[in-house]
Design a protein around this ligand. Structure first.
Ligand SMILES: *[C@@H]1O[C@H](CO)[C@@H](O)[C@H](O)[C@H]1NC(C)=O
Ligand SMILES: *[C@@H]1O[C@H](CO)[C@@H](O)[C@H](O)[C@H]1NC(C)=O
Length: 798
């Protein structure tokens, strides 16, 4: 507007001043454009111009741009005029020209004002600008921007700036003293790198021309990070499970915190902040990785859940926290624990079925199936295990026990839990079965036969019976007792005695086969139980024959006095039976098997004796030359080992008539007188011995009666009676050592044929003491009184 007004004023001025004209043209007019009709305006005729050789004179470059057309009387644009090039920012911009005429020389001044045309846009020196601004920059911070330049002037010059987008920054223009305008960018709203790291703004400068022109500059802003963001965990609470016993280094979970900041400010480190519990002994967190690892031993039985408090911090000290809940999963890692609450070590074999033996309690600290426990015991034993509530088990018997079958049981109780794989533990109990006297002694055989050769020494052991008792110790301690019975009307105890301890049967007397060939006795075996059990067995004692009897000749009868002769007639033929020697042997068998032999004979050629039958026969014809008196000695021998024999003299008369015989045999009686004398001495000796015997008998009986009365008093006062012991047991020492004292009677004989007489029975008491500790050594102690009373050698009464 203002420029337009100026041109108008100038045009008015041109019209009014002579000799001097002014024109105003816009710059950039095309070449040849008419600037003004100077001829007309100066009032100079065209012819004058031609004649005056009018020409343009200009200082500076005026004549370059403007030329004069004399013919037309106008000035033309000779060259394109650029005001900016001509005048830069100077206003007004004018060319001062002189039109010079010759003939006469005169000149006119022409001023051509060049008017500005908006042909230049505002321009920035650089197309872009870079800024690095920290996001922590506070509002109000200023940033100087480059100015734009517009070469046009006036209204066409730079008029204003605009900044887009204007979210964070506003523009501020300062008019400086020199008139220039400084452009600043002022931070209005804080930057946030996390939201927008790079900003691109466009600064636009506009001029006031018509059309308006503008220039732009890119402003690039890099927002620098400031630590204005705390790390943030991706979840406020993490959950993880871990099986117990997981090895060290196992990753439980990975926590992650992100920090919106950048670079150094965004570097997050993790730590565990638990203080009171032992979490820090169990877990660690990777400082940078956020991996939570196991470093301790995880035991479900100690802790089933962990709460790990985690902290994430960035380098600026900003933090965030979260929780990691770790649930521990049970693993079957605990064996059942067997606790024996009470147990019986010894059980009687007569215990009732379902007697409780042991109570156990099982503990398995695992949970669920891993802690459920079942127990069982080894097979084939008479026990069962019963479950009651809450892992209590009772071991009971389930059938009858028998110590004799099995005296101890090793009961192994195995308890398994139901985990997979299952864990088990076991315990072995040893249960001893105590004995009850439920077994009687059993003899090895149902009956026995024992042999003894007659004429044995009294006290000889004949045989041993043995009974075993399946029970134990005292209940199995067998004593042998001779049962009362009688043999041929005599108590059997007068024949044999039985050693209570050993079962040895001793002969009490010397047996005579010829008197008794066998007898039975009954031995009872009794154990030491309470009450005692017993069984008995029959023993048949068979007495064996011994060749203790010589043959006895029955015929011919041997008398010393009488003369007996067998008559053999002289006419007797060969084989004539003279007589038969008849002999017997009271022994039996071979010992009684007799044979006959001719030992001596007057004429050995005349007689023979039948070996078996004892028949004496002639073996040749009797002749007249044979003596009348023939004397034969026949030996009768039994077949025993060694054999015994008897001899018999047989007188044979070889005669036809008795008187002949008598005369021959008178000398047979020559020893009659000697025999009479012998008889007398025998009778005398008998009388003396009888007197001595009767005297001794009286003395012994009186002493015996005295002793008997004394010992009865002693017996009743001092000997404790042990119940259930065989009658002949007595604990004489009172120390528990049993001395088995029993008596037997000795029949003292020298001759078995006369042995029925037991002499001095009342007075002689031999005591046989068995000391168990001396392994059956027999010691015969003779009662001191007996030593006094008893004659040293037996006395025979005939
Ligand atoms: C029980 O165990 C003990 C010791 O191992 C052994 O000596 C004994 O013979 C066993 N008893 C049975 C009946 O197996
Ligand atoms: C012993 O034997 C008799 C008969 O021989 C019998 O009656 C008795 O019962 C037996 N005694 C024992 C304890 O066996």
């Amino acid at each position: 507007m203002r420029l337009g007004a100026l041109v108008f004023v100038l045009a008015a001025y041109v019209g009014s001043a002579l000799g001097q004209v002014s024109y105003s043209i816009p710059e950039e007019m095309a070449k040849g454009s008419v600037v003004g009709n100077v001829a007309l305006d100066l009032g100079v005729d065209v012819k004058r111009l031609l004649s005056g050789k009018a020409r343009i004179y200009a200082t500076r470059d005026g004549e370059e741009y403007i030329e004069l057309s004399r013919e037309r009387g106008v000035i033309l644009v000779k060259e394109r005029i650029d005001r900016e090039g001509l005048c830069r920012q100077t206003t007004p911009c004018a060319l001062h020209l002189q039109v010079i005429l010759e003939n006469p020389m005169e000149f006119y001044s022409i001023t051509v004002e060049i008017r500005d045309v908006n042909d230049n846009a505002p321009a920035f020196e650089k197309a872009e600008m870079e800024f690095r601004i920290s996001e922590s920059a506070v509002p109000g911070a200023k940033f100087v921007l480059q100015r734009a330049v517009d070469r046009d002037v006036g209204i066409n010059d730079l008029q204003s700036y605009a900044l887009k987008p204007s979210d964070n920054f506003a523009l501020k223009l300062y008019n400086k003293a020199d008139g220039n305008k400084n452009v600043e960018m002022v931070l209005q709203k804080p930057l946030d790198r996390e939201k927008e790291e790079r900003l691109s703004l466009v600064l636009t400068a506009v001029d006031g021309g018509e059309p308006q022109m503008s220039g732009t500059m890119q402003i690039h802003i890099t927002v620098l990070d400031a630590n204005d963001n705390a790390p943030v965990f991706t979840q406020p609470e993490y959950k993880a499970t871990i099986t117990e016993g997981s090895p060290k280094g196992t990753i439980v979970a990975t926590v992650k915190a992100s920090d919106a900041d950048q670079g150094y400010n965004s570097k997050v480190t993790y730590s565990i902040t638990n203080t009171l519990d032992d979490v820090r002994d169990m877990f660690e967190v990777g400082e940078e990785s956020g991996e939570v690892r196991v470093i301790g031993s995880i035991d479900y039985e100690k802790a089933r859940r962990f709460q790990i408090n985690l902290l994430a911090s960035d380098n600026g000290g900003l933090t965030d926290s979260c929780k990691l809940i770790v649930d521990v999963e049970d693993v079957n890692d605990n064996k059942p624990d067997i606790n024996i609450m009470s147990k019986t070590n010894v059980l009687s074999e007569d215990a009732e079925p379902y007697t409780a033996v042991t109570m156990i309690h099982i503990e398995d600290i695992d949970s669920g199936e891993n802690g459920k426990v079942n127990c069982f015991i080894n097979a084939n034993i008479p026990f069962v295990i019963e479950t009651s509530t809450d892992n209590f088990f009772t071991l009971v018997t389930d059938s009858d026990l028998d110590r004799e079958r099995s005296s101890e049981y090793n009961i192994s109780i195995t308890c398994c839990d139901e985990g997979v794989p299952s864990l088990s533990s076991s315990v072995t109990l040893t249960l001893h079965i105590s004995d009850v006297n439920d077994n009687a002694p059993v003899f090895e055989r149902s009956s026995y036969e024992a042999y003894i050769v007659e004429n044995n020494t009294p006290g000889l052991s004949i045989f041993t019976v043995k009974a075993t008792d399946a029970d134990w110790n005292q209940n199995a301690r067998v004593s042998y007792i001779l049962e009362d019975s009688s043999v041929n009307g005599v108590p059997v105890s007068s024949y044999v005695s039985v050693s209570a301890d050993s079962g040895v049967i001793h002969a009490v007397r010397s047996f005579d086969y010829e008197h008794i060939k066998d007898f039975h006795l009954c031995v009872k075996a009794q154990d030491g139980g309470s009450p005692p059990l017993s069984s008995n067995v029959t023993v048949k004692i068979i007495i064996q024959d011994q060749n203790d009897n010589a043959p006895q000749v029955l015929y011919p009868v041997q008398t010393s006095s009488s003369v007996v002769a067998e008559m053999v007639p002289r006419s007797a033929d060969v084989g004539y039976l003279v007589t038969k020697v008849v002999a017997v042997d009271v022994d039996s068998g071979q010992n009684a098997w007799l044979s006959y032999k001719l030992q001596k004979a007057t004429d050995r050629a005349l007689f023979e004796v039948g070996l078996q039958n004892g028949e004496i026969r002639t073996i040749r014809q009797v002749t007249d030359k044979d003596a009348v008196k023939q004397r034969l000695t026949v030996v009768v021998e039994d077949n025993g080992q060694p054999s015994r024999s008897a001899t018999v003299n047989v007188n044979v008369a070889v005669a036809d008539s008795f008187p002949e015989v008598l005369s021959e045999f008178t000398d047979f009686t020559h020893d009659k007188e000697y025999n009479d004398n012998l008889t007398f001495y025998l009778v005398l000796a008998l009388a003396v011995v009888s007197f001595l015997f009767i005297t001794c008998l009286v003395v012994i009986i009186s002493v015996k009666i005295y002793r008997w009365r004394q010992s009865r008093i002693l017996y009743h006062s001092s000997l404790p009676v042990i119940p259930y012991y065989p009658p002949r047991y007595s604990d004489t020492l009172g120390t528990g050592t049993l001395q088995h004292v029993y008596n037997y009677e000795v029949c003292r004989t020298t001759d078995s044929r006369k042995s029925d007489c037991k002499f001095g029975r009342a007075g002689s008491q031999n005591v046989l003491i068995m000391d168990p500790s001396c392994t059956g050594t027999m010691q015969r102690i003779q009662n001191e009184k007996n030593i006094l009373d008893e004659p040293d050698s037996p006395v025979e009464v005939s």
